[in-house]
Design a protein around this ligand. Structure first.
Ligand SMILES: NC(=O)c1ccc[n+]([C@@H]2O[C@H](COP(=O)([O-])OP(=O)(O)OC[C@H]3O[C@@H](n4cnc5c(N)ncnc54)[C@H](OP(=O)(O)O)[C@@H]3O)[C@@H](O)[C@H]2O)c1
Ligand SMILES: [Zn+2]
Length: 342
């Protein structure tokens, strides 16, 4: 098969289109013919190096977010059959440790991530355990489904499982037109919250408005003052922040007493300063949101397939167009998921 093979760390030149042997499904596996694979920030980070995930090895085939058709099954495949349309949950645990028993394979010490530390979807085929393959209903396009796994599960976990956003609450969403936040804005609206979208351009805010955001703020505005006005002086109930160092302070200050700050990314830096009194005196709750659970993934898919929400796609590229696809994904101005199509 043709596959994008990463052989070093650096720019797009460390990845080349090669012919490699077709993967063979073992017992309980499915062979998926990739229809589309979304490009993630983690794919870019691990290409630049150093590797983020444990047990990452070169050569590597990236691509965590895969949708396609089942081409072959290896023995019992949980009711899946050749020709089925599926989307892949990229996270696989050992299946026996306490975290796995709790349905939390993302925190398993032996976690394997399709496209993260085992071969992924920037190829014509990928093999995964059948339990990671979820059927896609006919009304959902496979390229649309490929935009879901990482971004939407991460948003579900942060907004609903960890953030526990409830109807009537006010939620600040930082970088509101990022891939994860596009999901978060819609999930918060679906939960009945009022959404304050903060973003770096008018085009991004226009998208947030289209997705249902109630208040639109440029990130160079006085976000804290605007949120206070919007909430009758009180402040927001929740802030969802994966931007990190650049927005941390604003997210904290925009909260009401007892508000929740959900932190789940560090795009602009990992180190922040913190006033302890500013946290305990105001009774803030700082919530780290890491890997999503199996239950998050299943609930996210069911909710999305139920209708009423949408993914935002940027463009589709062929396997031979990786430099252009990477440039699109790396550009801060770009909006929506970049998809690679074998
Ligand atoms: N906790 C987890 O398990 C988990 C899982 C997946 C992803 N993540 C993290 O979530 C974050 C968002 O992922 P994503 O896929 O939504 O990212 P994305 O689509 O690439 O968006 C990143 C956003 O960050 C903002 N930004 C601010 N400064 C930037 C800079 N210097 N370069 C690029 N963007 C900048 C931009 O919004 P503005 O222009 O509006 O500022 C941009 O829209 C990442 O940090 C990722 O690692 C965490
Ligand atoms: Zn485990």
């Amino acid at each position: 098969m043709r596959a994008l093979v990463q052989t070093g760390f650096g720019g797009p030149e460390v990845v080349s289109l090669r012919h490699v042997p077709d993967p063979v499904p073992g017992p309980g596996d499915v062979l998926v013919r990739v229809r589309a694979c979304a490009l993630n920030r983690l794919d870019l980070l691990q290409r630049r190096g150093p590797a983020v995930l444990p047990r990452f090895r070169l050569p590597h085939i990236a691509g965590m977010d895969v949708a396609g058709h089942i081409e072959a099954v290896g023995g019992a495949a949980g009711g899946l059959a050749t020709g089925d349309r599926v989307v892949i949950d990229p996270t696989l645990g050992c299946g026996t440790c306490r975290r796995c028993a709790a349905g939390d394979p993302g925190h398993c010490a032996s976690v394997r991530v399709v496209g993260g530390n085992v071969p992924g979807g920037f190829a014509e085929f990928v093999v995964v355990p059948a339990r990671l393959a979820h059927r896609v209903p006919g009304h959902v396009d496979l390229a649309e489904a490929a935009a879901l796994p990482s971004a939407w599960s991460t948003a579900w976990h942060a907004a609903l499982t960890v953030g526990e956003i409830a109807a009537g609450e006010t939620v600040v969403v930082q970088a509101a037109a990022s891939a994860v936040s596009i999901a978060a804005v819609q999930l918060a609206k679906r939960a009945g919250a009022r959404v304050v979208a903060v973003a770096g351009s008018d085009a991004k805010l226009a998208l947030a408005a289209d997705l249902g955001a109630d208040l639109l703020l440029r990130n160079d505005a006085d976000v804290v003052a605007a949120v206070r006005r919007f909430t009758g002086g009180e402040g927001a109930d929740v802030a969802l922040d994966h931007v990190g160092a650049a927005t941390w302070r604003t997210s904290m200050d925009a909260l009401r007493a007892g508000g929740r700050l959900v932190t789940f990314g560090n795009t602009t830096g990992d180190e922040v300063t913190l006033s302890l009194a500013g946290v305990y005196h105001r009774g803030l709750r700082l919530l780290g949101s890491g890997a999503y659970t199996e239950a998050d993934f299943a609930a996210m898919l069911a909710a999305y397939f139920g209708g009423g929400m949408r993914v935002v796609r940027n463009a589709e590229y062929g396997l031979d167009e990786l430099p252009a696809a990477s440039a699109a994904a790396e550009s801060r101005a770009a909006i929506g998921k970049v998809l690679v199509r074998p």
